[in-house]
Write a protein that binds this ligand. Sequence first.
Ligand code: NAD
Length: 741
Amino acid sequence: MAYKNFTLETDADGIALVTWDMPDRSMNVFTIDVMDDLEQIIADVTADEAIKGVVVTSGKEGFSGGADLTMLDGLLRSYHAERKSGDVEAAAKALFDGSRRLSLLYRRLETCGKPWVAAINGTCMGGATELALACHARVASDSDKLKIGLPEVKVGLFPGAGGTQRVMRMCEAQAGLQFLLQGRQLGGKQAKGMKLIDDVVPGDALVATAKSLITAGLDPVQPWDKKGFKPPAGRIYSPQGFQFWPAANAIYRRETFDNYPGARAIMQSVYEGLQLPMDLALQVESRYFAHVLQSPEAAAMIRSLFVSMQELNKGARRPEAEPANTIAKVGILGAGFMGAGVAFVTAKAGIDVVLLDRDMAAAEKGKAHSDELISKQVKRGRATPEAREALLARIQPTDDYADLKDCDLVIEAVFEDREVKKGVTEAAEAQMKSGAIFASNTSTLPITSLAQASKRPKDFIGIHFFSPVDKMMLVEVILGKKTGDSALAMALDYIRAIKKTPIVVNDARGFYTSRVVMTYIREGLLMLGDGVPAAMVENVGRMAGMPVGPLTLADEVALDLAWKIVSATRKDMGDKYVAGPLDHILEEMVVKRERFGRKNAKGFFDYPEGGKKHLWPALTDVTGAPKAADSFDVEELKQRLLVMQALETARIFEEKVLTDVREADVGSILGFGFAPFTGGTLSYIDGMGTQTFLDLCKAFTKKYGPRFKPNKLLREMAQNGETFYGRFGKGAGQARSDKAA
Ligand code: NAD
């Protein structure tokens, strides 16, 4: 039989080797075609008496990236179309049947009477991991690139093709549930430790080992299909279960605040499924899956965290006419906190780095950071000693600007001081080859003003990294008034090479992310001024879906910095400035009590050495005694925090600092962790409807003041019944020549 995406070869022992190798794709993914093939293959090997067992592997470098989510998107679209046409029941049935096709296929595979072994040669995600789990054994290659995971929960879904049921019938309860809920990726050895993988072997022995399991008589009946099966997770109604489930539910609430229908469905599927035989358990899982698929949270998360993110990663904002850049060498000026991090991610991507500081000792210190990070990875088995040597060999520490002469791109990360930045810009440009691009990693200074120090402002751009550089996935690119297309193309090609996600914004104070994040902190501090207990301010921040509370963030950013901003605004506005509780709190904290935040271990929290941080007990001396917690409406407090950030984003959009709805959403989630289940700041507004959002802003303006006053764009959109994606979505996005007002 010929298949579109697989080959099948049967050897002399009657073992069929099924190799997944999709034409015209660099990675295997699940599509309708792939499911058709798989269905046929299962039928063919079951019917063919000469075939004794099957090994399934991949012809690509990785095993498979999982489902192509656009397929689910298609399923949903036809569901909504059919619903609209009136036949709600038929629509629901089609969605249920369509969304459980893979689950039924896997069940057929594991009950076909012949043993199947997955030979996992490289990265294996989502539906592909579920395929492997349905096989009767799994062997993985020992490559340090191999990762196994069920990341569905990160896009608002959950593993709905048997994943929740099989993981919990293979693993110990806590490890299994965490693996499902966190969407974490495991290396081969970790997966083996959790009993998800039977063996880890060298890549060239993979298929032979898989085949040997079959010739040795691998049982074609899964343990859970045998009488008397006891899951290692324990039964629900058992002393073990009674101990585990109440705690598990509490932890689930603490970690998610019940904001994610996908995560909730994992808890439900596991709890209910573990009480049922496999076929029924799978049916329960499928029902939850069809339900979650229709949730607004899943739709918003798939759009922002899968579709938009992929488009941005592939260069949606790259000027098409610009030729592709080969980036062989990057210069980094300033080997401090940020410069050292940028050097690491650049060298890790295989690019040579010239790391320059004022003297050799400082440059060497910056390089030592890379040594520290990569050595840690080697220790944990995540990188080889050879990879460490190669990475470090790529970083050349220096104090000599002449070493920048063949750099394609130079990124400046020196002190946040105009004069210092001017000096290094001039010194670097004097050495840089023609066509090379100069970028600043400034976090606050407008790029257009910094570019005044440049002889070639067309080649000057902002590349704003977030800390810690090796962990944060977002990079904010800032266009100065004179920045040219070749600089933008270079910045985007570089960010793609280091495998991060770019957003491109026009120049303005605070750009996008810093400006919005400051409003979150401000709103938290204003709540303190309103008498909300400090612990409640922190809790409502997390309940709203933010990664940390506003007071924690204020301490991280530094209170003296916030005080500096408030003082500068006061000076700028002169008589018009109306001092509020924010001024009082910051002045008391910073000026009178020298509580600067985490950096001097004294802020809203105390940071005892070697101990756990805790709220500063004397905070009420500054804020006054708080009111009773139950005199506040928790929902309203949560909304205040999200509405403020979304409103600021709408203003930034109107000012054309942001010009693409996808960038607003993706940037807000990756940059400052804006409640991911909403899909991002603008999806949050679209999700509730512009009019509802406008009404909230108006109500909050009345109650809390003019900072909630809706901008003109919002009022206009509400009047026309428009949404951000409807008005500015794909195709409707402005051209990048649409510079800031
Ligand atoms: P840092 O003080 O840790 O490092 C600055 C480095 O620049 C030091 O190693 C210093 O020796 C070097 N330097 C100073 N003057 C120099 C000169 N004339 N020539 C060569 N080297 C010189 O500071 P940082 O936190 O890494 O910040 C660097 C830049 O990145 C700033 O513009 C900052 O605003 C920006 N930034 C910082 C963060 C953050 O979280 N720290 C985040 C985004 C952007």
